[in-house]
Design a protein around this ligand. Structure first.
Ligand SMILES: [Zn+2]
Length: 115
């Protein structure tokens, strides 16, 4: 799974084949294939986060088991859940093309953020 992170507004959203923009509109992107392996993102402050889909499934399952056996707790005694595998996709990765400026879909952002 690929997520778009905007370092300006700290919005995080899942990339789809349809162009999406962050809350502030500085960053945007979309998947360029239906399998979600490749994407294009726009904006000086746009980053892409990769999350291993299998780790999400495993973490949900592990959390379910812990509901019965008890969750581990942090130093304040608060329970914490299972971890997932995530990383910032490097700028040199061929899986994500980064452009500095929004070149496609600006009209979609404007359309969806009318006052
Ligand atoms: Zn933003």
């Amino acid at each position: 799974m690929k997520l778009l992170l905007c370092k300006s507004c700290l919005d995080v959203l899942k990339l789809h084949e349809k162009t999406r923009f962050c809350y502030c509109g500085e960053s945007g992107g979309r998947l360029t294939d239906s399998q979600g392996r490749r994407a294009v993102i726009w904006g000086e402050n746009a980053e892409t986060i990769g999350i291993a889909n299998s780790s999400i499934v495993e973490a949900i399952s592990e959390n379910k088991e812990r509901e019965e056996s008890g969750f581990p707790t942090d130093h304040q005694g608060l329970p914490y859940g299972s971890s997932i595998d995530g990383w910032i996709i490097p700028s040199t990765s061929p899986a994500v093309i980064k452009e500095k400026e929004v070149t496609i879909g600006r009209d979609l952002y404007d359309e969806n953020h009318k006052p």
